[in-house]
Design a protein around this ligand. Structure first.
Ligand SMILES: C[S@@+](CC[C@H](N)C(=O)[O-])C[C@H]1O[C@@H](n2cnc3c(N)ncnc32)[C@H](O)[C@@H]1O
Length: 201
């Protein structure tokens, strides 16, 4: 069963609040779409100096912007590792379980609007992220059905979450009040396998 929640405020802040509830100092986390590094910095603060953030983006500009944001904020470079690679390949670079994975789909704000996340690699990355999540972990996905290709991508993300076994995964869709079909929305996927006494497949 998928829970539907309508909220008044920012969906991005909602994602942060929910991640904050789950992630503890010393955990590992993934920013699957670096962009300008806002979520990476947020995750770095959540996991603290004893933790680790893994970040992915296919654009060197995004990796550079994120590195600068982390440097400017005084985050120790030993606490993160950034890859200029597709999030679909995250499993090649991460050999530990992670407590949170954040996806913010679409294009780099202020960058080339044609360099958007692609449905097939997004779904591959979601699948890899699910496998990396530790017990009690959270995966968040901001979807933007309003831009070219966005509706198709959002549809495949919906198919993906619909196939998750509800014994192991609690899925919630957050949208803004009075949203239209093109309005962004947020998926959250919580690993509830421990609560239900069984490991995820
Ligand atoms: C909406 S932005 C992310 C915003 C970012 N989370 C922030 O806080 O600033 C989406 C990013 O996804 C990146 N992207 C596109 N395809 C990707 C892929 N296959 N793997 C990783 N990142 C990708 C784009 O280059 C873009 O920077």
């Amino acid at each position: 069963m998928i829970l539907e929640k309508s909220i008044e405020g920012s969906l991005l802040l909602q994602a942060h609040d929910l991640v904050l509830d789950v992630v503890e100092h010393g955990d590992a986390a993934v920013d699957a779409t670096l962009g300008n590094g806002h979520d990476t910095l947020f995750l770095a603060r959540c996991v603290g100096s004893a933790g680790k953030v893994f970040g992915f983006d296919v654009q060197q500009a995004a990796v550079g912007n994120t590195r600068k944001r982390l440097d400017d904020a005084g985050v120790d470079s030993g606490c993160y590792v950034l890859f200029c690679e597709s999030h679909a390949d995250m499993a090649l670079h991460i050999s530990t379980k992670v407590k949170a994975v954040m996806f913010n789909l679409g294009y780099l704000p202020g960058g080339d609007k044609k360099m958007i996340t692609q449905a097939h690699s997004t779904v591959a990355a979601l699948s890899a992220a699910i496998d990396l999540l530790s017990s009690g972990g959270i995966l968040t996905v901001m979807c933007y059905p309003g831009h070219d290709g966005g509706a198709n991508e959002a549809g495949l993300v919906t198919d993906f979450v619909n196939e998750l076994d509800e014994d192991y995964w609690m899925v919630t869709r957050y949208s803004r009040a009075e949203a239209r079909a093109s309005t962004p929305y947020l998926w959250t996927i919580h690993d509830v396998s421990q609560k239900n006494g069984q490991p995820p497949e």
